[in-house]
Design a protein around this ligand. Structure first.
Ligand SMILES: NC(=O)c1ccc[n+]([C@@H]2O[C@H](COP(=O)([O-])OP(=O)(O)OC[C@H]3O[C@@H](n4cnc5c(N)ncnc54)[C@H](OP(=O)(O)O)[C@@H]3O)[C@@H](O)[C@H]2O)c1
Length: 288
């Protein structure tokens, strides 16, 4: 298959670059904003018409959750409007559009893991823009797959794991929120899963929604404790409540995703979050 990756310098994009090197089956075309600005309808249409990818994996996005409160229009443009542009261009070449979305489309009032058919209720400007992106796929793509994921990290880009490693080495203690519960997701695991399910999407028409994260649950505090422990850091991790930690954007207190659908449909197994975290930390310490 010929696969177009947008946002190829982000966490997911970089992980796709890594796994593409060991993929003898598929051909990849990597683009970030310099090669393809997904908000530019002419550029998007021209590139897709020229390259005719069978699959477009949209790894581009506006992911600064707090900053989005101050520039919601930019978040909507990149996470919403641009997805409509991609969907319409993908229809011309009958390409499958894979769109990544977020656990933050939920308001966090549930007590059990969120299923794909739970009605979303996004709390923040970022979450609203991502929900708009989902609606763009549902309303415009002839062949679409939406994958909601949560708490992404990787050895590339900016993320919670790298932040804790950095400050944990500089400080004696760090206070981390313990009352927001979710599941960390190693971007490489999600990329591998997408790569693995591609053959099963060959005859896919319509739009389907799936949830994917690593297995298990954690608070940000548990996540930070595990990072410190696995990296052998001496820094003390202290629990703090969300109300005592100023963040511009509201986040769901509970956003664990139910992954039964993706596991049943494609017969995949998903690694436990701590096992994947160890893998990422070993890569970071080895300097990958
Ligand atoms: N990170 C998370 O915790 C998380 C959780 C759930 C879902 N997701 C979703 O998963 C997807 C991938 O996330 P990620 O963490 O890999 O994102 P990321 O690391 O922020 O990467 C996004 C990439 O898209 C690029 N980009 C921004 N605007 C663009 C444009 N107009 N055209 C083309 N490229 C553009 C960014 O460039 P710049 O860096 O120069 O802006 C960056 O290279 C996103 O849709 C995100 O919403 C993320």
């Amino acid at each position: 298959m010929k696969i177009l990756i947008t946002g190829s310098k982000g966490q997911m994009g970089m992980e796709f670059q890594v796994i593409s090197r060991g993929d003898p089956v598929n051909r990849y075309l990597f683009t970030d904003i310099e090669e393809l600005d997904i908000t530019d309808p002419i550029a998007v249409t021209n590139l897709i018409r020229k390259e005719k990818p069978e699959v477009i994996i949209n790894c581009a996005g506006y992911t600064a959750v707090d900053q989005a409160e101050q520039e919601p229009e930019k978040a909507i443009l990149i996470n919403g409007t641009a997805v409509e542009i991609l969907a319409k261009a993908a229809n011309e070449t009958e390409s499958i559009l894979i769109q990544l979305s977020t656990d933050y489309v939920f308001d966090g009032t549930a007590f059990t893991p969120y299923r794909e058919d739970t009605p979303p209720h996004p709390l923040s400007a970022y979450a609203k823009s991502k929900f708009e992106g989902e609606q763009a796929v549902i309303n415009h793509a002839n062949r679409g797959v939406i994958i909601r994921t949560s708490w992404l990290y990787s050895s590339y880009g900016q993320n919670f794991v790298k932040t804790i490693l950095k400050y944990g080495r500089e400080r004696d203690s760090l206070s981390v929120i313990f009352d927001q519960i979710g599941t960390p997701t190693y971007a490489r695991d999600l990329c591998r899963t997408i790569q693995d399910i591609l053959p099963a999407l060959n005859d896919h028409w319509g739009v389907e929604l799936f949830h994917y994260s690593n297995e298990g649950v954690a608070s940000w505090y548990d996540f930070a404790k595990a990072i410190a422990e696995l990296a052998g850091m001496n820094c003390q991790i202290l629990p703090i409540e969300s109300k005592d930690y100023l963040q511009l954007a509201s986040r769901p207190f509970y956003s664990v995703l139910n992954k039964a659908k993706i596991k049943a449909r494609f017969g995949i197994s998903i690694p436990y979050w701590r096992d994947s975290l160890l893998d990422c930390i070993l890569k970071l310490t080895a300097g990958e």
